[in-house]
Write a protein that binds this ligand. Structure first.
Ligand SMILES: NC(=O)c1ccc[n+]([C@@H]2O[C@H](COP(=O)([O-])OP(=O)(O)OC[C@H]3O[C@@H](n4cnc5c(N)ncnc54)[C@H](O)[C@@H]3O)[C@@H](O)[C@H]2O)c1
Length: 423
């Protein structure tokens, strides 16, 4: 059997427990063994502790107690955006190799402090830019590097957030406030900015950005609407209502027992129509989307210029039916059209169009059951290789800090209306 790495998880929520803990525990090659966990809410980890076989004395609710000593080879940090750097620096000093959720931090000084700590300790910090590991996204990089469309000059890229995801996470949910977590361009698009520097093959030099919170505010609340969906006459008809998002969409999804985003609205498992409705009646997910305390934007564009002359326009918008990333890459000899949920079309000038189905790429690698087009799982393979053999990781800290600097520059540009240099 290959060397087994022991793992601790800090933050047993949607990412820590479901995206990483579950797949690590089920890993067929048994590369990982989860040995300790910490979450401020014990009910979040109790179920996992039992099924992963973590002893009660290795379950913690206080991060200071948990971070008093090194408890495993790897630490997964999947707490909220503003906790990451404080916890990661302590962990590096204890000697951990770290899998760190994105965004690393929305604070520039913190980014630099963490980079300094990583260099000082020489430990691995791998950032969860999962799309870099998703086969359909890596296929695009392969095609660009093959020169099939000549020299890349421009890219149009759209991050389709999806109307229900915006309402769930960025209007009612954890990422609604830029001061509590991160600005939207950091929270939702640091993956996209990271991909853009990867595809451009150069550092971004300057950005210009426009955007705003133009819809999910009090001015757009329909006449006579109530501030809570349960009491609102539009609960059955409004596409953003809690009834539509947590009951109708849950039924359309086949009434899953324990799937995101329904299991965030209702933490009681299995999810049922009754407990979902009872939850949204009481909690933050039952608020009218036009009467929340949200301040993050619902649309934003970022124009980017790269050091090698490539220029890219990224659009982030809440107002889409589905959530696939789509893009067009224009080169001197052809173009590539990409839809992460459908296909990759290679249109070399003067030749017939070639098409590759994304589902075929994902199936071929047997990654259908993993999140982010298989990226959540492939990232764990790269983590294993980085820690056991020092293999270079696609999302090592230094490169990932770069995409965060792009996000900070974009936000500054959006707020000031000026072109902003990234460095
Ligand atoms: N890589 C991706 O694609 C991706 C996708 C979604 C979210 N994220 C990021 O992952 C992180 C976690 O998001 P999530 O969706 O899992 O959130 P979540 O709320 O489901 O989970 C976070 C967990 O951390 C726990 N926690 C909070 N503070 C803690 C502390 N001080 N000590 C111990 N536990 C603490 C919470 O109780 C919760 O269970 C966030 O930074 C988020 O931005 C990344």
């Amino acid at each position: 059997m290959a060397k087994q790495l022991t793992v601790s998880i800090l933050g047993c929520g949607s990412r820590g427990a479901y995206a990483y803990g579950g797949p690590m525990n089920r890993d067929v090659d048994k590369r990982y063994k989860i040995v300790s966990i910490c979450d401020i809410i014990p009910s979040r980890y109790e179920r996992f502790a039992k099924s992963w076989g973590v002893a009660p004395e290795n379950c913690f609710t206080d991060e200071n107690e948990f971070l008093k000593e090194k408890r495993s080879d790897i630490l997964v940090i999947a707490t909220q955006d503003r906790d990451h750097v404080r916890q990661a620096i302590k962990a590096l000093d204890l000697g951990y190799d770290i899998l760190l959720e994105k965004p690393i931090s929305p604070d520039k000084q913190e980014l630099l402090d963490l980079l300094e700590a990583q260099k000082r300790t020489g430990k691995t910090v791998m950032v969860c830019h999962v799309l870099r590991y998703a086969p359909a996204f890596t296929k695009i990089k392969e095609l660009l590097d093959s020169g099939v469309i000549g020299k890349l000059l421009t890219v149009e890229w759209i991050e389709q957030v999806a109307y229900w995801h915006q309402a769930h996470s960025f209007v009612r949910g954890n990422w609604r406030s830029s001061t509590e977590t991160s600005p939207m361009i950091m929270a939702k698009c640091c993956h996209d900015l990271d991909l853009m520097q990867y595809y451009a093959g150069a550092k971004c030099s300057e950005v210009y950005s426009v955007g705003g919170l133009d819809f999910f505010n009090r001015a757009n609340q329909p006449e006579g609407a109530a501030d809570r969906c349960f009491e609102c006459k539009y609960n059955e008809t409004c596409p953003y209502s809690a009834e539509n998002i947590y009951i109708t969409r849950w039924k359309e999804a086949g009434c899953p027992n324990d799937n995101w985003p329904f299991n965030i609205c209702c933490r009681e498992v299995p999810n049922t129509e009754e407990n979902l409705r009872a939850s949204y009646k009481e909690n933050q997910y039952g608020r009218c989307v036009f009467a929340c305390d949200n301040d993050v934007v619902d649309n934003q564009k970022v124009m980017m210029k790269f050091e090698n002359g490539v220029s890219i326009c990224l659009t982030m918008t809440a107002f889409t039916h589905g959530g696939a990333r789509i893009g067009t890459f224009h080169g001197t000899l052809g173009e590539i059209e990409f839809n992460a949920d459908e296909d990759i079309k290679i249109k070399v000038f003067g030749k017939p169009v070639e098409s590759i189905k994304v589902s075929d790429i994902v199936k071929e690698k047997m990654l259908n059951s993993f999140g982010h087009g298989g990226g959540d799982y492939m990232l764990l393979t790269s983590l294993y290789d980085a820690v056991t053999s020092g293999a270079a990781s696609e999302t090592a800290l230094e490169g990932s800090v770069e995409s965060h600097l792009m996000a900070l520059a974009a936000e500054e540009s959006r707020v000031t209306g000026k072109v902003v240099k990234v460095h």
